[in-house]
Ligand binder design. Sequence first.
Ligand SMILES: C[S@@+](CC[C@H](N)C(=O)[O-])C[C@H]1O[C@@H](n2cnc3c(N)ncnc32)[C@H](O)[C@@H]1O
Length: 275
Amino acid sequence: MPAKGRAGKSAGVTPRFAYRRPLEQVARRTGRGYLKVFDAFLTLATCALSAGRYEALYLEEAARWERPDLEDFARAFGLLVGAMEFHPYQDLLGPTHEEWSSRGGKQIGGEFYTPTPVATMMARMALMDAELPEDRPLELLEPACGAGGLVLAAAEVLATRGEPPCRMRVTAWDVSHTAVMMCYVNLTAWGVPATVIHGNALSLEVWGAYRNPFWAMARGKYPSEAQQVCELPGALSAAEQAVVALKENGALPQPDLTLPKGPGVQVSLFGEEGY
Ligand SMILES: C[S@@+](CC[C@H](N)C(=O)[O-])C[C@H]1O[C@@H](n2cnc3c(N)ncnc32)[C@H](O)[C@@H]1O
């Protein structure tokens, strides 16, 4: 029996949207809009999760805010990560974007993402019984990712099949910077190998690309010997080795935007489609 007074709220569980409070404080204190504050928070969180890949972007964004704001951003990040631990593979960011982008009854610019139960149903239909390639990761394309809810649902289905998130590799696109940042944070927090492209998936214009540290860890069921060596504790990942080599040569790494070869899977309500 749960202790009296604890029904409905387990002790120690961070409420799902507690991270909004420090962000609302920043918005009130600075007079900047909620969406601007949210975008800055996501940008800083993306940099924090990127294992040092986007240091310049971090410094550029941090310079726009005062110390109390940065402290609130850090508090919000802690609350978000704490809440995520209790809600595996759930999108805790999209609902905030939906709510804050339609404040005051605004219809234009409002965002709506696929509700979690629908995303789960679609992912189960597409992936529950799908045969996974053994020699390479399952390639997934999300051309209009929003907060990445569909991909999180796919990762959850793989988890129920006993497969780790690194059994898939995701290329996600969105025209919205905020969406790109939400997707990066969501997928990276759950260890899903991903490149999230800020661009137009129809015209193929690209304004930026963010590859997470798990990209190089995506693998088939039976990883090659080279991959096993890369995954030994203390070994640098292939991506890190490439970055070190490029830095030593004085060249900055450029994101590789080529789509993976071979058939891919796009999570779709109406079945699987190659791309
Ligand atoms: C309705 S939301 C769906 C997001 C997500 N797929 C889901 O199901 O929750 C549509 C998303 O598509 C993005 N979008 C619209 N046109 C796009 C385009 N041409 N290229 C990339 N993204 C686009 C929007 O910015 C928005 O985030």
